[in-house]
Design a protein around this ligand. Sequence first.
Ligand code: GLU
Length: 308
Amino acid sequence: METTGRFAPSPSGRMHLGNVLCALLSWLSARQQGGRYLLRIEDLDAMRCPRAFAMQIMDDLRWLGLDWDGEVLWQSERAAVYEHYAAILREKGLLYPCFCSRAALHAASAPHLSDGRVVYAGTCRTLTTAQIAEKRCARPPATRVRVPDEEIVFEDGVCGTYRERLAAECGDFIIRRSDGVFAYQLAVVVDDALSGVTEVVRGSDLLASSPRQIWLYRQLGFVPPRFIHIPLLCDHDGRRLSKRDADLDLGLLRECFTPEQLIGALACAAGLTETAAPLPADALVDGFSWDSIPRRALYLPNVFRHVK
Ligand code: GLU
């Protein structure tokens, strides 16, 4: 089967180096296998994702020498598609309205896992029709999907075997917010499945989302893709880079480096090359292999030490 990879950025700001690494590795993997590579803009929350940010991401990808095939998919235009698949879950009796406030969900009394994640306590799981009607007058509900007491196990391309007991370690999860915006978990599954994506490459911060997504794939009659979660990029102090603090975003980096310098430095950080010598992305395609990517956090090469 032909490989189809994708890059699926959320355009809530400028790409930072971690996003660039994800774009580079997902592109290299798809192209090395002679496969297709798609671009999807994850602008579900259109208020937080102005089009200008998405246009900037496309410009940045072109500048980096990373191309994509076919039309760009915009999640903000696909609510009707998500509605169709939500209806399938509803017909299976898997959905229910949830009226819990954010504060109630994160209260100290809510079940927390050792890593701080909150497990949904199931508060709204068994509301009666009368209770639902009464609560609806006070506030619009989010929509949750009822998960079974089932363990999901999959083999990640970099992280190895990953397992999660859905009910105990995640609980029923939201597929539509109370403001009507569909949640990432549903949209990502529907879009990857309908686009024929066979390989999902993304940061390891999304590793724990995969069991929920694999379960949704099965509920909707889709075959899950291969998942590859890449190590996060850390700065010299071991701190994860994030978009929020605008660490080393492409606005700044494009002023200081050529695309070849950036690609060369990231390739070296990812173990693809021995030195950070500048080189274009397509020079890395033939020799690309996931075997070279370390399982530990990746450290920024020294060339970035003096930027800022
Ligand atoms: N939109 C997500 C992000 O930018 C990535 C989602 C995914 O690759 O599944 O972090």
